[in-house]
Structure formats: C-alpha cells, structure tokens
Design a protein around this ligand. Structure first.
Ligand code: NAP
Length: 250
C-alpha cells in the first residue's frame, strides 16, 4: 500500500467492473484512496474488482448505475453523499463501442454511444463538480481515446464521443480551475481488454506495426497515468490530454 492519497480520500471510478476501470480502481486503492466501483450490468465484475482492492490492503464499495441514465447518476451521487459526505476524485471511464462504417451506422447506434460515453461523462462531472466546488478541491480524469484525436475507421460515433470528451474537459478545467478542481484526459491507444479482445487478431494485423513500442498496452499502463493525474503529484496540471499509446500517435 502506498500513500499517495491522504487517508479518507474518496474516489469514484465509473465502469469499474472490467478492463481499464478495474485497473484504475485497484491502483487508486493501492495508493491509499477509498474506491467506489461503479458498474452497470456486471455486478460480478465489480465484485471481482472490490475483492482485488481488499486483497491489496485497500478499501472500497460497489455501486450500480447506468451513467447514460440521469436518474441513475443522480441516485448514485445521492448515495455517495449520504455515505461519505464528500468526493475527491472522479474517473469517468465507462464507455461502449457500437462500430460500423458511416453509411451502415444507425442513428440509434450513434446516439447510444454519444449518450453513454459523452453524456455519462457530462452528467457525472456535473454532479461531482457540484460537490468539489464546495470542497474547493477535486480531481477529475476523463478517459478519451486516440480515436478521438486521430479518428478511426468504423468508429464515427465512438471517435466523436471521445473527441467531445476532450473539448468538454478543457472547458470544465477552465471554468473550475479557480475552485482548485483539476480536470484532465487520459487518451489510451490499444489496450488489451474485453473491448478490444474480440477484434484482437484483426487489430494486431492492422495496428501493431504502427505502435513503436511493439505491443498493445495493459490496463495498468492506463491506471498509472490516471493515478498520477488524480494525485497531488499533478497539482499544477489541468486541461491536459495525456496520450498513453506506446508511441502510436507521436
Ligand atoms: P471494457 O472492458 O469493455 O469495460 C467497459 C466498462 O464500462 C465496464 O466496466 C462496463 O460496465 C462499463 N460500462 C459500459 N456502459 C456503462 C454504462 N452505461 N454505465 C456504467 N458503466 C458502463 O472496456 P475498456 O477497454 O476497459 O474501456 C474502458 C474505457 O477506456 C472506455 O471509455 C473506452 O472507450 C476507453 N478506451 C479503451 C481502449 C482500449 O483499447 N481498450 C482504448 C481507448 C479508450 P458493465 O460491464 O458493468 O456494464
């Protein structure tokens, strides 16, 4: 157990039941934060994250909410305030893909991805900033993607949502810097998780040659960047995009 975070630090990680969110929750906990692990459908995944947190000597809890549904988000933040009376760190990690080339993409697939990835980030950030503004301290890390910077074939909806997160982050960072709330982005490249595993062979053939470091990233590679930005080590860093992609988008 490290002590990057002071005792009593409360962190919420959305989409903490799998992949990058799971690694973020575990790493924040290893560094001393109490982690609230959000999930929408996979309670067993969230429980697995919590078990790993406890095994590492950390502490936390799980909480269900679909970040794309306003009522769920409101209820989640009400519960957090009722139980902890504060929130120090928010990691907006929950995300989905519904890929397809533009001319094949249904409006419903576009809306769904924008609603969860960007709408969820908006609703959770708004609720968190309400709390953090009163505390005059807070750190928010939003998970975007290199797709939101360079574009990505077959991902018009996803790339738009991830590019949106970057503009959104910079705006909130400007609006609330004076309240000592820092808001930053981590933009992962290709990370080995459930999201990419289904297409791994295809992606390896297509992209591995474009990754100077010659490998896909691991969820922990992203978690370490998130922990840094969430911590006081980054106390003068806000409105920034930290790309973690093995050099793919230099
Ligand atoms: P993953 O393994 O599929 O995990 C996605 C997580 O998001 C799950 O915990 C899932 O929870 C949660 N989630 C999905 N919809 C949700 C909703 N409506 N409300 C709350 N939680 C929801 O994917 P991942 O690769 O770890 O992705 C995590 C984030 O990193 C995403 O934002 C993704 O876009 C981003 N990213 C990933 C890569 C990559 O290469 N893997 C690259 C760039 C960016 P449930 O299963 O409980 O629903």
């Amino acid at each position: 157990m490290g002590n990057l975070f002071e005792k009593g630090t409360i962190a919420l990680v959305t989409g903490g039941s799998s992949g990058i969110g799971q690694a973020c929750a575990i790493d924040l906990a290893k560094n001393g934060a109490y982690v609230i692990i959000n999930y929408s459908g996979h309670k067993e995944g969230a429980q697995e994250t919590l078990d790993a947190v406890l095994k590492a000597g950390g502490a936390g809890a799980i909480i269900r909410a679909n970040v794309g549904v306003e009522e769920d988000v409101n209820n989640m933040f009400k519960k957090i305030m009722a139980n902890f009376k504060k929130l120090d760190i928010l990691v907006n990690n929950a995300g989905i893909i519904r890929d397809g080339y533009l001319l094949m993409m249904k409006k419903e697939a576009f809306d769904q991805v924008i609603n969860v990835n960007l709408g969820g980030c908006f609703m959770c950030t708004q609720a968190a900033v309400r709390i953090m503004a009163g505390q005059k301290k807070g750190a928010i890390v939003n998970i975007s993607s290199t797709s939101g910077i360079t574009g990505s074939e077959g991902q018009a909806n996803y790339s738009a949502s991830k590019a949106g997160i970057i503009g959104f982050t910079k705006t909130v960072a400007k609006e609330y810097a004076s309240r000592n709330i820092r808001v930053n982005v981590v933009a992962p490249g290709f990370i080995d998780t459930k999201m990419t595993r289904a297409n791994k062979e295809l992606l390896e053939g297509k992209y591995l040659q474009h990754i100077p470091m010659g490998r896909f990233g691991q969820p922990e590679d992203i978690a370490h960047a998130v922990t840094y930005l969430a911590s006081d080590l980054a106390s003068y860093v806000t409105g920034k995009v930290l790309t973690v992609d093995g050099g793919m988008t230099m």
